[in-house]
Design a protein around this ligand. Sequence first.
Ligand code: ADP
Ligand code: MG
Length: 383
Amino acid sequence: MSSLFLAQACFFGYHQQRQVKAAAESIMKSPARKREPQTLTVLGIETSCDETSAAVVRDGALLSNITATQLFHSAYGGVVPELASRAHQQRIVPVVDEALRAAGVEKKDLDAIAAVYGPGLVGSILVGLSFGKAMALGLGIPFVGVNHMEAHIVSNLIEAPKPDFPFVNLTVSGGHTQLVLVKGALEYELLGETKDDAVGEAFDKVAKMLGLGYPGGPLIDRYAAKGDRTFVKFPRPYLEEGSLEFSFSGLKTAVLYYLKKIGFQKVQHRVVELNPEGYEEFLANVCASFQAAVIDVLVDKTTLAAKRCGVKDIAVAGGVAANSELRKRMQQAAEYFGLRVFIPKFEYCTDNGAMVAMVGFLKSTDGQTSSLELTAEPSLALH
Ligand code: ADP
Ligand code: MG
């Protein structure tokens, strides 16, 4: 290789690196970002629970996001880990193929592959992680391991409008409840998290007690919209004064005791026979009362965190961010306190490859890649 060619190659490499970095830095800043030349293409893979999802991000812009949700778990009242893992194995190839096809990208166009390595179900994580590492090895490109909780936060940075740094993020999903101060791209400080049940888990368990089915969150949301939130006064688990930690298992138990106290099983049968409308109204009232208790705590702690950290923007992520009352109440509270609220589109709230590909893009541009020795970490913390 001539020295002139080498110098040109070095210059091009440096130039390209600068362009990509500039694109990454501008992702969150300008809502109508001018499209840079296509420079870095990342495939993101998510298989940490019961969604098999893959997405392509090029130069900070999302090109595709394909998600296959494992609906069959509803028959079991919750996610069955072995079945989830097997379903990921069956779906990973078609889902990745479809993500590439929809993006108009071929494997040879990829510059890096990102996959979640925790937290989540180990058998599920292993499918996407092994697939991603093997594909990166086969294509001779870097692999980037992604923290699922970090990906949820970054779901707010996929599409405009995006929050400005620093902002406070509330992640509420089936497995997690976290308040995080997002200081900058890839810079986080955990402010508080749940000591026991996650919010989504509490929704799912209460729905089960009421015989509503799984996943319970969307069903409770729907019933609550027609109910009276003052029907039962459930406790608000605020913990110590000023605490940013959460606890939802006591509230869940309070619902259980309430249902036992009123003899719910008997009521269920008697009222259904005699008065189906009355029964529906009863369910709506209990759902509204439970949901109001959860949302009071989530909204109050998130606005307290914003005040304490002196930030103007708050964001909500995770499957429970789809809750219509939470969205409404967070918006109202934000208006009251002069804050701005950001909640991603539904497809970026629940588990998705887009948020993983976006973290992969940001990390790649920052020079952060992972070893192929990286293993699944079911209890991975947010660093
Ligand atoms: P995880 O990956 O931790 O399982 P997800 O981010 O995929 O969580 O979100 C799934 C959770 O979101 C479930 O617990 C589900 O009940 C909850 N959920 C979905 N939609 C709603 C809603 N409208 N209201 C409340 N909870 C919801
Ligand atoms: Mg999740």
